[in-house]
Design a protein around this ligand. Structure first.
Ligand code: ZN
Length: 435
């Protein structure tokens, strides 16, 4: 499976050297004290859409003398950002618009799901060409991300039409169709749909599961099995709220009431009596191609399981803040050798789909986190989560030339200034793509 075709980078470009006062080559190496990750007066040599060499300008110009040099004054060269969790098809929503009371959903996340479903239904009712408008909103959201320097989006959707959102767009999109069902009937329907999609090569569709509280164990295992056979990421919302954990541990609470109310409950599901990660582990769906999203409410043992299974984690600080879900234990993840990725989630729970903003929110939430770590999450962490680290995530020879130039004004005088600026600038960032 490969991500959908995209026109960037242009492979017909002539070989060229890009020079800037600062080049962020591999910021994660700076975490371990290797100061070659951020290069002062650096340069990147690009040919045929690929990075051929990265280093000090004086060394690059010596090795590749005669090639044209493009100067990027007062700018930082950096790898493209990666948005590892989004639902582009919900971009027509504005549930998280600024001014909305952000604590509304803290005590009952199903109130938010109800509002989301209500907003979806009324949009479809009052919009004559709703499906087309949904795709238009989604494409505009994707264009916004791309203009902000996002080169790859992990996109989850419930509609088959959403697989078309990334077509012809400059950012790469890997689309996963999300399946769910908690009754025997809905499980059978989703299994039949999975089988049909799996056997229809012309569709080239990859499926994933929604969450442990919305998807039966059999359905989750079957979807994971197909994902492993197809070799793509299995992304699942996990341990997002304490109410999710309560439901799995005791079989009671707001989620049970909600499922009853929606006709999504037939008593066939038995609560496993354990937390989300313990439960996913018991089903055998955790491995290095599993991407757990949110992962806020986990205990120490569960973090050890995630680390030992080499599970990928995606944090969504903006969405967690809006829904009052809590803060993920980032420091513990890092201590266990897990470098999480970052995602915006959707316009249903985040006013702005900006990875720059997610970085600044994460730093606000966790003042002890180093800026190098936070920038690594938005680049290398995302690339590793989606298995595209051979082509993205760092500026290394052999990778594709998905390179940003970030306006840093002239107040940056050290590598510390670079990472500080990149992880706090938020939405006011000024970005261009190296062409
Ligand atoms: Zn989500």
């Amino acid at each position: 499976m490969t991500p959908q075709e995209h026109p960037y980078p242009a492979i017909e470009n002539q070989p060229i050297i890009h020079r800037a006062p600062w080049v962020v080559a591999d910021v994660s190496s700076e975490i371990y004290g290797n100061t070659r990750g951020i290069i002062e007066d650096g340069a990147v040599f690009i040919s045929k859409g690929f990075i051929q060499a990265v280093g000090k300008y004086k060394d690059i110009i010596k090795e590749f003398s005669g090639f044209p040099v493009q100067e990027h004054e007062c700018r930082v060269l950096a790898p493209a950002l990666i948005n590892s969790h989004c639902h582009l098809e919900l971009s027509y929503l504005d549930l998280a618009e600024p001014g909305k009371k952000q604590s509304t959903y803290t005590h009952d996340p199903t109130l938010w799901i109800r509002d989301l479903l209500k907003a979806r239904d009324s949009f479809s009712l009052i919009t004559p060409d709703a499906e087309k408008q949904i795709l238009n909103h989604a494409r505009r959201a994707l264009e916004f991300m791309s203009a902000e320097g996002v080169g790859f989006v992990g996109d989850i959707g419930n509609s088959l039409a959403s697989r078309l959102i990334g077509q012809g767009q400059s950012a790469k999109v890997f689309f996963l169709l999300e399946l769910l069902g908690m009754t025997k009937e809905s499980e059978a329907q989703s299994l039949a749909r999975l089988e049909k999609l799996f056997s229809d090569d012309s569709l080239n569709i990859s499926c994933t599961a929604h969450a442990p509280y919305s998807t039966t164990p059999v359905l989750m295992q079957k979807i994971k099995n197909v994902a492993d056979r197809q070799g793509h990421v299995f992304s699942i919302h996990a341990a997002e709220s304490r109410q999710e954990v309560e439901f799995l541990q005791t079989g009671t609470g707001h989620f049970l009431e909600f499922l009853h109310e929606r006709g999504g409950w037939d008593n066939s599901f038995t609560a496993p009596g354990m937390g989300s990660v313990h439960y996913l582990e018991s089903l055998g769906v955790l491995n290095d191609r599993t991407l757990c999203v949110h992962v806020v409410h986990v205990d120490h043992e569960e973090i050890e399981i995630l680390a030992s299974r080499k599970v990928k984690i995606c944090l969504c600080p903006g969405s967690n803040r809006f829904l009052g879900s809590g803060k993920a234990p980032v420091t513990e993840f890092l201590a266990h050798g897990i470098l999480p990725a970052l995602g915006t989630d959707s316009k249903g729970s985040n006013a702005v789909l900006s990875i720059w903003r997610e970085m600044s929110l994460l730093r606000e939430d966790h003042p002890g986190l180093s800026p190098e770590t936070v920038l690594s999450m938005a680049t290398r962490g995302g690339a590793e989560a989606w298995g595209v680290d051979a082509e993205m995530g760092t500026l290394d020879p052999g990778k594709q030339a998905h390179i940003l130039t970030v306006d840093c004004q002239d107040n940056i005088t050290s590598r510390q200034d670079v990472v500080e600026y990149m992880t706090t600038v938020g939405e006011s960032v000024q970005v261009e793509w190296v062409k």
